[in-house]
Each structure stands twice: as C-alpha cells, then as structure tokens.
Design a binder for this molecule. Sequence first.
Ligand code: 13P
Length: 253
Amino acid sequence: MRTPFVVGNWKLNKTIAEALALVTELKNQLGAVKGVAVGVAPVATAIHSVAKRLEGTQIATCAQNCHWEASGAWTGELSPQLLADAGASWVIVGHSERRQFFGDTSESVGKKAAAVIQAGLGAIVCVGESLAERDGGRTLGVVDEQLAGGLAGIDLAGAARLVIAYEPVWAIGTGRTATPAQAQEVHAHIRTRLAERYGQACADGIRIQYGGSVKPSNAEALMSERDIDGALVGGASLEAADFIAIVKAARPA
Ligand code: 13P
C-alpha cells in the first residue's frame, strides 16, 4: 500500500564529478527497478548537476538541509525555493547531525519542514534518540517531542508530501543497527502519533524510513517489518553496488 522510499544521504562527500559518476551508474542500473521510489541527497553544490543528469528518470534529487525563509539577509543559507530551482524535489530536515552539531532544535526543524512543504517540495523529517536516551528508557518520549515540533506547521494537505525518517543516533555510522524488532516498535509508535495528528487513512499512507547503518546484509530484514517503508542510507549509499542492493531489498515481496 505504501511504495518504499530509499534515499542515499551522501552527507559531506563527493565532488560534482564524483557525484555524476555515481548517479550515472544508478540511472543505468535502477532504471528498470519497479515498486521502489529512489532518491539521492548530494552536497548542495552538486544538486543542480545531479538533478540535470537524473532528468527523465524516476530517481529524485534531495537536499540535506535548508533555511525556513525564502530569501533575505541570511548569509550562507539556502531556501527550499532555491533548492527547488536547482532541481531538488525533497529536503531532509532535522538530521541528527544538524541537531547535534549545528543547533537545529525541534522548533527550527518544524519551521524548516513547514517551509519545505509550503514551497511545494517533499519533506523528510528525521527523528531519533541518543544512546543515553535509549538506555534511560526515553526513546518514545524523545521521538514524540521531535515529532510534535517537527510537524507543528504541516497540515493534512501538506502531510501528503511528508516522509518520516527514524534514525537512532547510536546506529548512525557506528555499524550498530537497530534490530528489525527495535526499529519496528518505534515505527509503529510514530504511525500511531501520525494517526492522532492526521487521521488513520493519512497516517497509513505516510512512509517511515529507517536509517542507521543500513547495509545490503541487513536491509531486507529491516524492510520486511510492517511499518518500515524504506531507508535513509548514509555510508552504504556512497557505493553504487551497495546502494543498488539496498534498493532491490526494499522491493515489496
Ligand atoms: P549511516 O548509514 O552511515 O549509518 O548513516 C545513516 C544516516 O545518518 C542517514 O541519514
């Protein structure tokens, strides 16, 4: 009922030439894959070239972050409108690295997510707990707080272009993946909260990606869980073969 969505978050990696080499391979090899939506999130300087190279394909170009204002005196920032102008159709907001190192808060993530939807793009809103929060039994409370802030400005109509990414911080770049059962528990909880906010029918259509050390070897088990609808892939998305294997693992059985 939900088409899985697999996005490669390249983080701070790849020159324009390297980015083009990778998407050309993805374009050639994923052209015929059915039943999975695919996206790549290059560094901002490569968005335009990548989007041009992917024109006419089903692979979406995504941005990794944005500002909430459309224009003005905001030195160094990029608005959803300008990212769209460069060719992006999705923006990731609230990634844990933004929250941890660049001061993003649930409130600012909410403003960014609302701005993305307002600009006509899709928003991938990231949530996830730290290891201390998980060990302290606070996982669901943290996720609730991040969802409440992150979705504050998105109404029912906007929710049609909303994707949630559950990324436990302790699983990002660590090689330590949440077990399918651990992830499913949080995904089911997120869907309950989405149903409270938008109604069950809408919540049933919202994709919830899992992120955190997703690899070809664990992708299929994760994505066979009922509420896991794709993946936000970091390290393994930098290599065509690994990313393609993950996309194929996301195909509905
Ligand atoms: P890794 O797949 O490298 O753990 O990164 C996950 C992530 O942060 C994707 O946004």
